[in-house]
Ligand binder design. Structure first.
Ligand SMILES: Cc1ncc(COP(=O)(O)O)c(C=O)c1O
Length: 362
């Protein structure tokens, strides 16, 4: 069922647009007066505003979150080798590692938070390991592993806008329309405290050029559009309020589901910005179908662990190598969550869940 047809979609951008209309209209008006559509004043201003809001020294906007991970890795100038990623994350994390020219290696996740298991990741580091990519999954700040000297960290923060992160290691963000800070298409950014890394990402995103027509390094075309920056600049000042709303609604789900033992919320780490509200259910397909039949959309983030996805199989050890991620992928279900979903809708979703996942009787 498409989100548009569903009684309760997974995400609805309409109220976010309504709440910020005056700001994005003013930005668009200015853009259409200047008629400068690529790497102009909207992107430049947004980069400064984003860095200030997230407490980073530099922000460089690119064409997508995938590109942000790829370019952050490439700008880290590591020798050829392998990069460790969690077995449970978006497949785009792994695609970005491959696009940057590295081999993939997987590590398992923590059973409570489903974030990278830092001890497991550290134990898989070899002489060929160049970097680890912790993913701030579902909006939770992931712990960073302690690694031998020379092994870099690149943070996949595509789901964690506004979380308390540090930028000594570069962090990649996505502005895909479902994210906490969305745009109306594809977009992304690399945040870093390193001037030289920021400069390299700027060069990599723009054909290897430095504001001229000379390609100095092999690079890509991955620039955030001015038009997307018009919306992002309008949304950014609302992010703290929107994240607080997400957090309040996630707490409401927690409370309402507390006596429903068949539906267990995934633990949220301190500082989570509640990008997704994820529960674990044994009979997931049955619940999914029941909710869909009642007009309630759900998602699965993610249904197949990376080492079992066809594109990455050549890097995979045998089945059963990442038991926590494999089990989680069979049980996780994301329920609708966005800043303006009503408490009444959350109650309705939980009521429908209870029709087939009964309460405890104590
Ligand atoms: C954890 C994670 N990594 C990477 C990506 C890729 O971002 P994008 O879709 O903007 O390329 C996403 C978004 O889908 C994501 O959630």
């Amino acid at each position: 069922m498409s989100a548009a047809k569903a009684g309760v979609p997974m995400v609805n951008l309409r109220p976010l647009l309504d709440a910020t209309e005056a700001a994005w209209r003013a930005n668009l008006e200015r853009l259409f007066t200047r008629m400068h559509f690529i790497l102009g004043e909207q992107v430049e201003s947004f980069e400064q505003e984003l860095a200030a809001a997230f407490d980073a020294r530099f922000a460089v906007c690119v064409g997508s979150g995938t590109s942000a991970v790829e370019l952050a890795l490439r700008a880290s100038r590591l020798a050829p080798g392998e990069v460790i990623v969690p077995a449970l994350t978006s497949p785009f994390t792994a695609q970005a590692v491959l696009a940057a020219g590295y081999r993939l290696k997987f590590a398992d996740v923590d059973p409570a938070t489903l974030l990278l298991d830092t001890a497991d990741a550290a134990s898989r580091v070899t002489a060929r390991t160049r970097a680890v990519v912790p993913v701030h999954l579902y909006g939770q700040p992931a712990p960073l592993p302690s690694l031998p000297r020379g092994v870099a960290v690149v943070q996949d923060a595509c789901q964690a806008h506004g979380a308390p992160l540090r930028y000594s290691a570069p962090a990649a963000f996505s502005f895909y329309p479902t994210k906490n800070l969305p745009c109306l298409g594809d977009g992304g950014a690399v945040l870093t405290n390193s001037r030289s890394l920021a400069e390299r990402v700027r060069q990599l995103r723009d054909g290897g050029r430095r504001n001229d027509q000379v390609s100095r390094i092999r690079a890509v075309n991955s620039r955030l559009d001015e038009m997307q920056a018009c919306y992002l600049r309008a949304f950014l000042p609302k992010l703290v309020e929107w994240n607080a709303e997400r957090s309040r609604l996630a707490d409401l789900y927690d409370r309402l589901l507390a006596d429903c033992p068949g539906v267990r919320p995934v633990a949220r780490r301190e500082g989570s910005v509640c990008h997704l509200y994820v529960v674990r259910v044994r009979r997931r397909e049955r619940l999914r179908k029941h909710l869909a039949a009642n007009g309630i959309a759900t998602g699965i983030h993610y249904p197949v662990p990376l080492h079992q996805q066809p594109a990455f199989r050549e890097f995979a050890p045998k089945r059963g190598s990442f038991p926590i991620a494999e089990r989680a992928c069979r049980e996780i279900l994301s329920l609708p969550l966005w800043p303006y979903i009503s408490g009444k809708d959350v109650q309705k979703i939980v009521d429908k869940i209870r029709e087939i996942e009964p309460r405890t009787t104590v």
